[in-house]
Design a protein around this ligand. Structure first.
Ligand code: AMP
Length: 283
């Protein structure tokens, strides 16, 4: 069975209804396209669970806080469809902006309590745009399970909270971060890195990993862990650190002492590319 490329809500609804009446469970993987092996893992999880997997490919304008970033966002639908087909997805849903936000669209979904810090502090309106589009996609596809990457751990926390608070009948599944051989988190934005930047980029993960070892060796002081990570990052002048925080793994809020599972989360600029990453530290 080949992968269907569908553009409208009606088409997706009808494909999903058909699969459901054939007894299939529905899985959804929301993406902005420019798919890579990190997205591939999310698709694999759904396909391997035996689900009728709907991959959504939509560069969501309302979640971009900078127009340059939206304009520069890579679009590669044919390659995306190939990747989805190779991974066994049933449907690629690639709606138009007008299809998602017709004239008169007026609703927003927000989880303010979890969007004040980390990326939320530096990207005004970003998580409102994310929560709104994910709510729409989940309502369009109505999957039993939806898959999100831990690379975007604050986004994941916000979506979990939204799904619980709004009683969305969907299981939110998180998938560990896929990485390059040298540790760099896979990201659609990596293709914007120059060769020189690409060589420096894995330092972000290496620094976070050093922070994780500090915790592994018994440190329970977030400031001390932060210092270890920052010292490594600041040794590379090309990096401009935007934030670096030790947060609880569930809600992604800053902790005063490390007595539960935490993530060390960072955003840093390399030239004009913004990289984010985080590592889970179990205690
Ligand atoms: P994006 O297309 O970047 O908006 O990402 C779509 C989904 O793929 C989100 O749930 C991301 O967290 C997830 N994702 C992106 N990069 C990775 C990665 N390196 N590992 C795992 N999941 C990822």
């Amino acid at each position: 069975v080949s992968t269907q490329l569908l553009y409208t809500v009606e088409e997706v609804r009808s494909a999903v209804a058909k699969a459901r009446s054939a007894g299939r469970t529905i899985g959804c993987v929301p993406t902005m396209g420019a798919l890579h092996a990190g997205h591939g893992a999310l698709i694999d999880w759904s396909v391997e669970a035996g689900e009728f997997t709907v991959v959504t490919v939509f560069v969501n304008p309302i979640q971009f806080d900078r127009k340059e970033d939206y304009d520069a966002y890579a679009i590669s639908l044919p390659a995306d469809v190939d990747l989805c087909a190779a991974r066994g997805a049933a449907v690629v849903f690639a709606p138009s902006v007008e299809g998602m936000y017709p004239e008169g669209f007026a609703t927003a979904v927000e989880v303010p309590a979890l969007a004040q810090n980390l990326c939320g502090a530096f990207r005004p309106g970003h998580f409102r745009g994310v929560a709104t589009v994910v709510a729409k996609l989940l309502n369009i596809v109505q999957p039993q399970a939806a898959y999100f990457g831990e690379k975007d751990a604050q986004q994941l926390a916000i979506i979990r909270q939204m799904a619980a608070d709004l009683n969305l009948p969907v299981r939110i599944v998180s998938v560990p971060t896929g990485r390059e051989f040298d540790g760099l988190a896979l990201s659609s934005r990596n293709r914007r890195l120059s060769e020189a930047e690409r060589r420096i980029a894995p330092l972000l993960y290496q620094a976070l990993d050093a922070g994780r070892r500090k915790i592994g060796n018994g440190s329970r002081d977030p400031a001390e862990v932060q210092r270890v990570v920052l010292t490594i990052l600041e040794a590379e002048p090309a990096f401009r650190v935007e934030y670096l925080e030790v947060v609880d793994a569930r809600r992604m809020q800053a902790v005063e002492s490390i007595h539960e599972d935490v993530r060390i989360a960072a955003a840093a600029w390399l030239g004009s590319t913004r990289l984010i990453d985080n590592v889970l530290c179990r205690v």
